[in-house]
Design a binder for this molecule. Sequence first.
Ligand SMILES: *Cc1c(COP(=O)(O)O)cnc(C)c1O
Length: 486
Amino acid sequence: MVYHSTRGTEHRVDSAQAVLEGLAPDGGLFVPEVLPYINVEACLQENTMDMACRIISAMLPEIRNMPDLVEKAYRGKFQAAELTPTVKAGDMTVLELFRGPTSAFKDVALCMLPQLLTQARGQKGMTDEILILTATSGDTGKAALAGFADVPGVGICVFYPEGGVSAVQRAQMVTQEGNNVAVCAVRGNFDDAQTGVKNLFAAAENGKLPGDSRSLSTANSINIGRLAPQITYYFKAYSDLLRRGEIQVGDQVNFSVPTGNFGDILAGFLAKRLGLPVGTLICASNANNVLTDFIRTGVYDRRRPLHKTISPSMDILVSSNLERLLYFLSDGDTGLVSGLMQRLNTEGFYEVPESLLKKIQTEFWAGYCDDEKASATIKAAWEKTGYLCDPHTAAGWAVAEEYRASTGDNRPMVVLSTASPYKFPGAVLSALTKPESDDEFAQMEQLSSLTGVPVPANLSGLREKPEKHTDVINKEEMLSYVKEIK
Ligand SMILES: *Cc1c(COP(=O)(O)O)cnc(C)c1O
C-alpha cells in the first residue's frame, strides 16, 4: 500500500517503510494514498486480538506476521484479556483504555509499535541499531520505555522536564528497568525538552547523528505505526454495545475523546472512514482550547499562553495529527495542507476555507473543560454513578454532557477514558475530599480507601523500586548525552 506525505506525493513508500521513517522528509505526516477495505461485520464479531490483527494488517499490509506481533504486543500485558473494556456509568459508556502496563491509554499503541518497528526493520534488511528519542510531558515517556525495554536492535532515550511531571509519572520513568533504556531530566519546561529533541533530529544526516551509527526514530504519535493500533478500540466498543443489545447493527454511536495531539480522536475518524457507524466525534480539550476554537471557527491560532492544568497530557498548543484530518477532509489536497502548515510555522495561525470547515463540523463537535469543571465532574460522576475518572477522562465526560444538552443528540455516547485516576491522585482526591498529605503515594492510598477502587499494581509497587535514572542536564547537553548512551 502506498503511503506519502500530507504535504506532497513525491516521496512514496510502503507501510513498513512509513513506520520506519516516522515522519516524511518534507516534515509532513504519512497517509495512505487510498484507505483499505475492511469487512466491518466480520470484524465486529471477533475478539479484540483478532480485531487488532485485522485492522492493523489492513492499515499496514506490508508488515508480515501480524498475528504473532499482536500476540507478543498484548498477551498477558493488560489487566483484561479484552484489553480495553467498556463499562456503564449512568447514561455514559466508558471505554477504559488504561488497563495496560503503565495505566495510560498510550499503552495500546506503544505495546504494538516496537513489534511493528522491529518487524519492519528485519524485512527491510536494516542492520543498524534504531535509537528512539522521545520528549515527554509524562505519559508517553513511560509507555514508550515499557514498550521498548529490552527489544533487540532498538535503544530508547526519554527526556522529561525537571519538575514538570507528577511525582508518580517521574517515579514510573526513573525506575524503568532494561538494558537499552535511558531517562534524563532536562532543566527547563516541556517545550525545551521537545525543542531539544527536534534539534537532535535536525542535526542528523540521513537519519543519523554525525559520527554515530544508530538510526534515529521517534515514538510520538506522528508515526502511523502508533495510530493504526488505536483504531481497534473504536470497533471493540461498538461490538460491546451490540453484544449487550444496546444498539443494532448500523446504529450510529458518538464518541467523546479527551484530546491533545489529536491522535486518539483521529483514530476514531479513521474507524468511521473504514466503515464503522460512528456518529459525531466530540473533541474535548482543557483550558488549552485551541482545538475548540478551531472546530468552531476554522481559525487555528497557537498564539496564546500554554496553561498548566490538572490534565497535563492535554496541555498542548500544536496538535500534530490535525494535519492528517485536514488532508483527508480536503480530499487529499497536499498543496492546501502544506500551505496551512507553513503559515502555522511562520505566522502562528491559519484559517481553513469555508467548505473544509463545513466538512469538519459535520464530523466533529468541540468543547473544553477547565480545571474547576473537571474537578466538579470527577465529584459528580463519582457521587451519581460510582465511576472514578481521572482529570483527562473528566474533560471528555463534561464535554459529552455539554454536547448532549446543547444539541439534544441522544445517540449512545462512549467516553474514552485515557488514564487511571491513580496517575493523578492529587487532583482526583482533591475533587472528592481534602488530601491528608502532599505525598502522591499517600494520596493514592487515601483515594483507594475512600473509594474502594484498587490501585493498579504497576503504580502501587513504584515506591519501593530503586531509582535507576537520576541524570539531570541542561538542554544544550542533550546531543552529547545521546552520543554517550549505549
Ligand atoms: C496523550 C493523552 C491524551 C491525548 O491524546 P492525543 O492522542 O494526544 O490526543 C489524553 N489523555 C491522556 C491521559 C493522555 O496520556
